[in-house]
Ligand binder design. Structure first.
Ligand code: PEP
Ligand code: MN
Length: 465
């Protein structure tokens, strides 16, 4: 993985072990002039400096050349020649860095990607929300339980989920743990994907421990059978392709915690350009995309492909200002808009944005996050989403693009490879009063494996028509 599968050599750049002192000084000085939303109230600045200097001495997690390759892949998405599948946890956890957890997530992504590739007959660019998705923006800075007020949980990279004073106090040393957790996840991912696990001949094996009795599982089995047949045919006529044996999979996360992201920003030895080497693709979230804020300023200064969430409050002028800031040179593959409007708003909210982009000659990738506009609280107090709303937003997204003649470029979803009960509905329906049975997320509700596969089949139908 993380290699061109078209036979080209990939220049990775020199592996620098230390951050460039000038770049770091310049970045931190420049960013300090911009308000940074959603940053923790670190109790001890000395401990932050200590963690940052440890991070600055660490090797990069990803290589600049890999980020460039992903940018090329995303350029194909923006031209309507590929589809992007981005998915993983809302918030990764340190405890979640286990072989089973990572493998199940990858299996789910691979299964979804196969379904989409088969239907769309176009390449699917695979990007995990993993190996770095540890920081969370919060709607309130504190949480109150039984009259006790404590800092809100901001993700394992900042503080602990447990509701106690010691756990909720932000601890900068967690940034170093997050780096190691990301390295372990990436290492396992690279091994799984490069070591035969992602070989298309394994298309049935990804489904084995899955509920074959579920309609989505059975539907998948039938599709896997057709792929087998196609592979046998290819073998018979001696068509060989590297692409059968390996997969390119990239990492991504929200670039939220600026102490961490700046410490991992490095100068690429090939080009002298700065890259955030904490992940291949990073995005700016709905709560931190202020035009005069530090997050956009940071994102504008790195060369990685960048995403930005756009919601129901984004105006066409905001959209163009975001593009101007993040992609002034209009570089193919640089900019991905991730719309998260909500099922009710998408059909009216998205067209003015796309129309403005068309009128301005702006080419970007448009992908749909059908999760974040559809969250509500169930009577039991669980934060949840209705599977039907998720599906409806995806349908709306495709309708809008079909009407405007633009390319529905991809899907951004919160999912897990486990059979959790966090989102309501689906083919093997989960009821609101059943949410408690396996509600394991530390942040937003994720689609479980069956629901993820069902969503992939729906999108496949939409891509096929
Ligand atoms: C997220 O992706 O987990 C998130 C917080 O999304 P948004 O910024 O769209 O609210
Ligand atoms: Mn989320």
């Amino acid at each position: 993985m993380f290699r061109p599968n078209d036979g080209r050599p990939l220049t990775l750049g020199r592996v620098t072990s230390h951050a460039d002192p000038d770049l770091f000084a310049e970045l931190t000085a420049e960013l300090s002039g911009f308000p940074a939303a959603q940053q923790p109230d670190w109790p001890d600045r000395g401990a932050v400096d200590q963690a940052v200097s440890e991070l600055r001495a660490m090797p990069p997690l990803v290589f600049a050349g890999e980020c460039d390759l992903l940018r090329e892949r995303l350029a194909a998405v923006s031209r309507g020649e590929a589809f992007l599948l981005q998915g993983g946890d809302c918030a990764e956890t340190f405890d979640g860095v286990t072989a089973d957890n990572v493998r199940n997530k990858l299996k789910t992504l691979l299964q979804m990607a196969v379904v989409l590739t088969y239907a769309a007959s176009m390449p699917v660019v695979k990007v995990g929300r993993l190996a770095g998705q540890f920081a969370k923006p919060r709607s309130k800075p504190t949480e109150i339980r039984d009259g006790v007020t404590l800092p809100a949980f901001r993700g394992d990279i900042v503080n602990g989920f447990e509701f106690s004073e010691s756990s909720r106090t932000p601890d900068p040393a967690r940034m170093v743990r997050a780096y190691h957790a990301s390295a372990a996840t990436l290492n396992l991912t690279r091994a799984f994907v490069g070591g035969g696990f992602a070989d298309l001949h394994q298309v049935h094996a990804w489904n084995t421990d899955f509920v074959r009795s579920s309609p989505a599982g059975q539907r998948y089995e039938r599709l896997a059978g057709r792929i087998d047949q196609a592979l046998r045919f290819m073998r018979a006529i001696e068509v060989e392709s590297e692409n059968v044996h390996k997969v390119e999979l990239y990492s991504s996360h929200e670039a939220l915690l600026l102490d961490y992201e700046t410490a991992l920003t490095r100068v690429d030895s090939r080009t002298g350009q700065p890259y955030d080497v904490s992940g291949h693709f990073v995005w700016v979230g709905e709560r931190t995309r202020q035009l005069d804020g530090a997050h956009l300023e940071f994102a504008s200064r790195i060369r990685n492909p960048i995403g930005v969430k756009v919601g129901p409050t984004t105006s066409p002028d905001d959209l163009m200002a975001l593009a101007e800031k993040l992609d002034p040179d209009r570089e193919p593959g640089r900019l991905t808009f991730v719309s998260r409007m909500g099922a009710k708003a998408i059909r009216d909210g998205l067209p003015p944005l796309i129309e403005k982009a068309i009128a301005s000659g702006l080419v970007a990738s448009w992908i749909c996050d059908p999760m974040h506009g559809n969250t509500y609280e169930a009577p039991s107090g669980h934060k949840t989403r209705r599977f039907d709303d998720v599906m409806d937003e995806v349908r709306g997204f495709f309708e809008v693009h079909r009407t405007l003649g633009t390319h529905p470029g991809g899907l951004h979803v919160e999912l897990t490879g486990d059979d959790v009960t966090e989102c309501v509905g689906g083919g093997d329906p989960i009821a609101e009063d059943g949410l408690h049975s396996r509600y394991e997320t530390v942040c937003d509700p994720r689609l479980n494996r069956t629901q993820s596969l069902e969503l992939a089949f729906l999108v496949a139908e939409l891509l096929d028509t």
